[in-house]
Design a protein around this ligand. Structure first.
Ligand code: ADP
Ligand code: ZN
Ligand code: ZN
Length: 720
């Protein structure tokens, strides 16, 4: 028997299967989709079995495989196909696509193995001979259930060892899973209201149709409640459900709500250890879970017989992976829902313009939940003009927000404050000579983090001690510009000394479970004010929060991107949606220096449609998506001379091969240098894709053997 094995040769960006021989002894163990260990040059490599063949005509010496790694395929037939789809969609390699689909423990990589955990289970083997009363206690315990864990029996008394030695009892090693689920929560089940019922009926009546729905429902309209009802229906039909949510909402509430209602849930997110991930994956694979809830990569969960795929907060950028393979989980979801012939539900309070445009054209079926569910009303939103307002004690807090906060504190209601920037301040600048401290690896200023007195690079992770004397002019007048969450926290504690404040941003949530702890204690009322970055904007449901303050709505407005209006509108709508989610009426205060900007005024009126119409005009005029498609070609190298020469060559090639498309650039990457790699971008703008992928594939292939230059292609990039 011969097999074709796909291995990862990380130094080369190539995809190649190699043929190996399998001796008779191992051949019965070979299946498509398992991993095997093979000799390669002078190393041993793990690879995936892609094909089993009987004849060979290779021009190299065919070697024998060393061993078989898996009993069961880890790449099912569907996953094998999905990998090819991802490769074709993203122009990456097949091997990198498969690796991205699998948890670490199952990638074809050598070293650092994650183990399966076993538990010692004791059973009765052969009940003969005299039994003492103490021994009888042990046997009675086992008889209760037929088997019992060794540790448990050992706790009763130690005669278990004697019984084992005599052969009366025997030990079996049984696979167990690491416990990932945490505290259960009681969550009331709601009778769907009429609007929810309409949405439910439409989808429930089409469970055997591959329709993509866009569920546009304002925050708090009860989308999650509808999802749960649908999932219940799907499970009653003995099918499975896949629910994707943004990474950050995952560790908390939505999961607890689901767990209150379903019992065979598997969860996949980056907060799990490798071992936990592996165990969850195995539970799914064995059919022990019928619901998978997870972030982006769980779109590849090895669920069989999928009956519905739901993507909540589908506008979230993180559904698109920003490293190779740069797949879009929503596109993969479309493909998987097609294979499984089931509906795909995209839910959001602020769909992307692209999604809403598709729905308007009938490519997606539009469903609406225009009102908040239950007794909750849409919060009252006040725009606070920071050019005119008094700042309390020179802080970032306006008089209006200050008064509102005090009012809510006296009512013992809770407050969420959003400051969309982490760290104590964005940069430390010398007010004498203008010096700012830059990252030695990247073309970017370091961010000052006060708690640890560190200067950090947010791109490569470089960190160094804070300086007190300017290295250029030797003055000691280094000042912090900007206002990160840490600085605001200090201001808030100053202005409201009686309030209990908790901060949530990347810095306070690095440790495992930290995110969950903050959310849980805030929801229990242990804090009055939750201050955070956009991390707090999505999905959270705290009934006692009646005030949301957006400290600086302009931060996202002036990021140079064609999407900055849309991002600003989203962010305001999403955080505003955290206020007044139960009977108590909610308020929102938006602080801005641009009170008349349409993204801000329309967000404050909750008018998505008006925003959509106006912004679509801008996109049309600017020739941006969804009217035009964009694709970014990034060329990177550690060699500045080389890359600045090649980039122009590449531009010329693209121009000549893509006469129907606009080829824009090259422009410098922002930042230009990351991790000592210089980066240039070329942007391609077009109406019709045609042979774009072929041309780009040729380009990538051409540079494959050139290890000094890396080419990356991003379709529909998030950031430009
Ligand atoms: P979304 O996912 O659209 O933000 P949720 O499903 O979280 O909305 O619902 C918002 C709030 O309204 C939750 O507290 C939820 O329990 C409640 N809710 C949802 N549906 C109903 C209903 N039919 N009747 C009463 N309350 C409801
Ligand atoms: Zn200086
Ligand atoms: Zn850096």
């Amino acid at each position: 028997m011969y097999i074709k094995v796909l291995v990862e040769l990380s130094a080369f960006n190539i995809d190649k299967t190699f043929t190996y021989h399998v001796n008779d002894e191992l051949s019965s163990l070979i299946k498509k989709g398992i991993r095997v260990l093979v000799p390669f040059n002078n190393q041993k490599l793990e690879g995936f079995v892609l094909d089993i063949i009987n004849e060979v005509n290779e021009d190299y010496e065919i070697k024998d495989i060393i061993s078989v790694i898996d009993n069961e395929p880890i790449l099912t037939d569907e996953l094998l196909e999905l990998g090819k789809f991802v490769r074709d969609e993203t122009l990456s390699t097949l091997i990198s696509s498969y690796q991205a689909m699998l948890p670490k423990a199952l990638k074809a990589k050598n070293g650092s193995k994650v183990n399966i955990k076993y538990q010692k289970i004791v059973e009765i083997d052969n009940l003969i001979g005299d039994i003492t009363p103490k021994q009888q206690e042990i046997i009675d315990k086992i008889n209760e259930t037929g088997k019992c864990s060794y540790t448990e029996l050992k706790h009763i008394n130690s005669t278990v060892d004697t019984l084992l030695k005599k052969g009366i009892l025997k030990i079996k090693n049984v696979e167990t899973y690491r416990e990932v689920s945490n505290t259960k929560l009681d969550y009331p089940r709601h009778e769907l209201n009429n609007e929810q019922r309409l949405v439910y009926d439409e989808i429930a009546n089409n469970l055997n149709n591959n329709i993509t729905y866009l569920l546009y429902g304002v925050t708090g309209s009860g989308k999650t409640e509808v999802y749960m009802e649908l999932m219940e229906k799907v499970i009653s039909l003995n099918k499975t459900c896949l629910l994707l949510v943004p990474e950050i909402t995952l560790t908390n509430q939505i999961l607890k709500r689901m767990e209150a209602r379903f019992n065979k849930i598997a969860v996949l997110h980056s907060g799990l250890s490798d071992g936990e991930r592996y165990d969850e994956y195995r539970r799914i694979k064995k059919g022990e879970a019928n619901i998978v809830i997870g972030a982006r990569s769980s779109i590849f969960a090895p669920l069989e017989n999928i009956g519905i795929i739901i993507i909540d907060e589908c506008h979230t950028e993180s559904f698109k992976q920003d490293v190779m393979p740069k797949y879009d989980a929503i596109e993969v979801a479309k493909y998987r829902s097609k294979i499984n012939n089931c509906p795909l539900v995209l839910g959001s309070a602020t769909p992307t313009l692209d999604m809403y445009a598709r729905a308007s054209k009938g490519l997606y079926k539009l469903l609406n939940l225009p009102n908040r569910a239950g007794k909750a009303k849409v919060p009252k939103i006040t725009i606070c003009d920071m050019t005119k307002e008094e700042h309390i004690k020179n802080s970032n807090i306006s008089k209006t927000l200050f008064d509102e906060i005090n009012k809510k504190l006296s009512l013992h209601e809770q407050i969420i404050l959003l400051q969309n920037r982490r760290g104590y301040s964005s940069i430390l600048m010398c007010s004498n000579c203008g010096y700012t401290m830059k990252c030695p690896n990247c073309d970017i200023s370091l961010t000052y983090h006060k708690t640890k007195e560190l200067m950090r690079c947010h791109y490569c992770g470089y960190a160094t001690k804070k300086i007190n004397i300017c290295p250029d002019c030797k003055s000691d007048s280094l000042k912090d510009l900007g206002t990160g969450t840490e600085k605001i926290e200090e201001e808030i504690k100053n202005l409201f000394p009686m309030a209990k404040v908790v901060r949530m941003d990347l810095d306070t949530t690095t440790r495992k479970g930290a995110h969950d702890r903050i959310i849980t204690s805030f929801s229990k009322g242990e804090y009055d004010i939750l201050l955070g970055t956009q991390m707090i904007s999505k999905g959270l449901d705290f009934p006692n929060v009646t005030l949301v303050g957006i400290l600086n709505a302009d931060t996202s407005l002036f990021i140079p991107s064609y999407k900055s209006n849309e991002n600003t509108f989203d962010l305001i709508s999403q955080v505003a949606g955290r206020s007044g989610r139960s009977e108590k009426e909610g308020e929102v205060v938006i602080q801005t220096y641009n009170p008349d900007h349409f993204a801000i005024t329309l967000a404050s009126k909750n008018d998505y449609i008006a925003f959509y119409n106006e912004e679509m005009q801008n996109r049309l005029v600017g020739r941006y998506p969804p009217y035009f498609y964009l694709t970014m070609v990034t060329v990177k190298s550690g060699d500045y001379e080389l890359v600045s020469k090649e980039i122009n060559r590449i531009k010329t090639i693209l121009e000549s091969k893509l006469p129907d498309k606009e080829v824009i650039g090259p422009s410098l990457g922002i930042p230009f240098k990351v991790n000592n790699q210089y980066r240039f971008n070329i942007l391609i703008k077009y109406k019709k894709e045609l042979d774009l992928k072929l041309v780009l594939k040729d380009l990538i292939d051409h540079y494959k053997s050139n290890y000094k230059i890396k080419i990356e292609v991003t379709f529909n990039p998030n950031n430009i």
